[in-house]
Design a protein around this ligand. Structure first.
Ligand code: ADP
Ligand code: MG
Length: 478
């Protein structure tokens, strides 16, 4: 750049000098001040003559010095932000436009137009900091937060959304329609809310994920403008756990009512039962009656007594008498109890006990009750007869599993969750207590029940007992 043009530009820049927040300066190639505008005093604390012949670099913050030097020597217009040490010793941020001064293609020096941008930088830093804070807050918010278009397409989601929708990358959601993630049954309610321009109160719906999991959510839509588009901010709260807890509480409440009811009935039955049993025993003794019927009556009465005490368990858990039980023998015994009943219903019961070590820890009376209930259900599921297979084996991880398999009417899939609920019965004369008692007893044994069923093909109920090898049976159990 020649001196002529430089002078022309100087004229332009001279007009800047009236602004006290702009300093105009000339420098030699070493950075020494050769001219400084009077505004240096209000801005930098130095009068121009105090700066002359000292180097600009000496006033810059050590951390910015190299950057500044590089820019000053690049032989082109450049803008740079750096910290300048004022006479009072504090730093201010200057934004400087550098104009190199060259002669015969060789840089001889440069001029600077510098502006105080301290406030602006502070504001920018503050904004950046706030932005980061809000970003972290939104990304890690325990609720899903997102932005959707008026038609329901995702524009933005936070990190939490990935967990809700079961995806690993946000791209798997962004651009897609919100309806791709909602159970069809909930489409209507969401569509309505989009049309009504947002939700006055929260709505609940179900999210169905690609992995088959269902999540209950509560949603709020707030109309908002995003990048000059009319959109909705969407807030989704996962209430699956809450729903589960409510369900459990509901069940527990029902159970305790049943418990009280059962206890009441059991008490009422017990008294006449004691009388009948007593008189039957008397009959047998007094008349030296060896009638086989009396024997059967007595054993059946004992069973009723056991069942009645089971009903009492529902009300208050009794101390259990855990002992070493041969589960194979117990299953065979239970099946024997059903021999006449099976013939009556044209049912064949096959046992397949494959246990080298048949022992588990449990209460044989209670376990018998479980298998009685299950066998009863199996027979009742086959009005036209069929085969029931009772099997027991050890699983690969050492647990004992007992299975009752029938060829009956089966249970519709959606009904399975209801099984074990008190009074849930599909039978005209059913009580809906059988499976509940089974659940209760198996739970007390630390076991689990699983149900597999196919309509008109049959049902298999599997009971898993905790792993318990012979050497692991504690010594205090006989
Ligand atoms: P109840 O036998 O008095 O009905 P349960 O608790 O024993 O009560 O059984 C509840 C319900 O579960 C039955 O009414 C029946 O609908 C269903 N169920 C149980 N076991 C079977 C089975 N093996 N096959 C088909 N349905 C079954
Ligand atoms: Mg039953």
């Amino acid at each position: 750049m020649n001196k002529g043009t430089l002078l022309q530009e100087l004229e332009i820049y001279r007009s800047f000098l009236q602004y006290s927040d702009i300093v105009f300066s000339f420098h030699s190639i070493d950075g020494d001040f050769t001219y400084v505008s009077p505004t240096s005093y209000p801005l930098l604390g130095y009068k121009p003559e105090e700066l002359l012949n000292s180097s600009l670099y000496d006033f810059s913050h050590p951390g910015d010095r190299k950057k500044l030097k590089d820019v000053c020597l690049t032989q082109s217009y450049k803008r740079v932000k750096y910290r300048f040490c004022r006479k009072e010793g504090d730093y201010i941020w200057l934004e400087t436009t550098l104009i190199p001064y060259c002669e015969n293609d060789e840089q001889k020096g440069f001029s600077c137009i510098s502006r105080d941008v301290t406030n602006q930088i502070a504001t920018e830093a503050q904004l950046e900091e706030n932005k980061e804070k809000y970003r972290l807050l939104v990304e890690n918010f325990q609720d899903t937060v997102g932005i959707i278009t008026k038609s329901g397409h995702w524009i933005y989601i936070n990190d939490t959304a990935k967990k809700l929708f079961g995806v690993t990358r946000k791209e798997e959601v962004i651009g897609k329609s919100i309806f791709d993630f909602i159970s069809p049954a909930s489409h209507g309610v969401v569509k309505r809310q989009l049309l009504q321009n947002g939700i006055k109160e929260d709505v609940e719906f179900t999210v169905s994920r690609h992995d088959g999991l269902k999540k209950y959510v509560q949603v709020k839509l707030i109309p908002t403008t995003y990048k000059e588009r009319e959109t909705f901010q969407i807030l989704i709260r996962d209430i699956t756990e809450q729903k589960k807890t409510e369900e459990i509480m509901h069940r527990t409440e029902k159970l305790s009512v049943v418990g009280q009811l059962a206890a009441g009935i059991a008490h009422e039955i017990r008294n006449p039962l004691t009388a009948i049993k007593g008189f039957t025993q008397l009959l047998k003794k007094e008349e030296h009656n060896d009638n086989a019927y009396l024997e059967v009556m007595l054993s059946e009465l004992e069973r009723i007594e056991d069942i009645v005490s089971d009903l009492l368990i529902l009300a208050k858990p009794q101390p259990s008498k855990m002992e070493k039980v041969d589960i194979g023998l117990l299953l065979e015994d239970t099946v024997d109890l059903f021999s006449s009943e099976a013939i009556l219903h044209n049912v064949e019961i096959i046992t397949e006990i494959e246990l080298a070590d048949p022992y588990i820890k449990g209460e044989s009376n209670k376990l018998k009750q479980v298998f009685i209930n299950l066998l009863k259900n199996a027979i009742e599921a086959m009005p036209d007869g069929g085969t029931i297979t009772v099997s027991a084996m050890r699983t690969s991880n050492g647990r004992v599993v007992a299975k009752i398999k029938d060829e009956g009417i089966g249970i519709p899939e959606e009904r399975i969750p209801n099984l074990g609920e008190p009074f849930y019965s599909t039978k005209e004369k059913g009580t809906g207590l059988g499976l509940m008692i089974c659940n209760r007893i198996i739970k007390n044994h630390g076991g689990t029940i699983s149900i597999e069923s196919e309509i008109n093909k049959g049902t298999t109920i599997s009971i898993f007992f905790p792993s318990f090898g012979p050497s692991k049976i504690p010594a205090n159990i006989k």
